[in-house]
Design a protein around this ligand. Structure first.
Ligand SMILES: O=C(O)CCC(=O)C(=O)O
Length: 237
């Protein structure tokens, strides 16, 4: 299925919903061919068939990537960090004009590609991501994230949860927190009330966009279906 053209009406409606909620489920970004190319490239990197700098491939703690027989264990990988400068397929997706157009509409001005990460929740063992605001990692610069699903993301395999309107609360207190299997300390916002949370399922090839102050989280993947997403962040110029 092709991505719909971003008409000015579509973008204006997206901006209106975004300003109220702090996120939008935008719809289709990649056509079927682009999605298949991205999915295959992520598999090829995780399976060691396409080389990228080793320090960009992040592993679950306690798991080895390269096995004694020389093969790679793809499900040891939980994150591919900052691959746009190193991989043409990932870079082409990150620089897709439709993504820039939506982001520049939401930010109300020009922006440049800042970071990219593929976050993998492998079947039955993907990590939990605690409630957080992206500003607790980055500070208050004006950024926008496009969260592009590579597989269908559902409440069963760890889609994002968000708290509508939380982007208007400013920076909230947070605490570093470690999780089983996750080798880095994540930051958890203190005392989040989940009563108004919504699940944000996203079909493969589609994307949500979120404000850096929006409270969001995702649960573990306890399902047999993997959940991979490419989170692309632009910085306002
Ligand atoms: O993919 C996830 O589960 C979390 C992603 C996230 O926190 C983000 O893109 O800011």
């Amino acid at each position: 299925m092709p991505a719909a053209p971003a008409t000015s009406t579509l973008l204006a409606e997206a901006k209106e919903r975004f300003d109220v909620n702090g996120f939008i489920n935008f719809g289709r970004i990649l056509d079927d061919g682009e999605l298949a190319a991205l999915s295959d490239r992520v598999d090829a990197i995780c399976e060691g068939r396409v080389a990228v700098p080793r320090d960009r491939v992040k592993l679950h703690s306690g798991m080895e990537w390269k096995q004694p027989d020389g093969t790679y264990r793809a499900d040891a990988v939980w994150q591919l960090l900052g691959l746009a400068p190193h991989d043409d397929v990932i870079r082409a997706v990150c620089e897709k004009p439709l993504i820039r157009e939506v982001i520049e509409t939401l930010l109300e001005g020009p922006a440049k590609l800042d970071t990219d990460q593929v976050i993998l929740k492998n079947a039955k063992h993907g990590n939990e991501v605690p409630w957080h605001q992206d500003t607790s990692y980055w500070g208050q610069e004006r950024r926008m994230t496009c969260w592009l699903a590579i597989d269908d993301a559902t409440p069963f395999n760890g889609c994002m949860r968000m708290i509508p309107g939380s982007h208007r609360k400013g920076q909230l207190a947070f605490t570093p927190k470690s999780f089983d299997g996750c080798p880095v300390n994540l930051r958890e916002t203190d005392g989040v009330n989940e009563d108004t949370q919504v699940y944000v399922p996203v079909r493969a090839g589609c994307a949500s966009f979120h404000h850096p102050l929006t409270l969001h989280a995702s649960t573990k993947n306890t399902s047999p279906h993997r959940r991979r997403a490419l989170a692309i962040t632009y910085l306002a110029l």
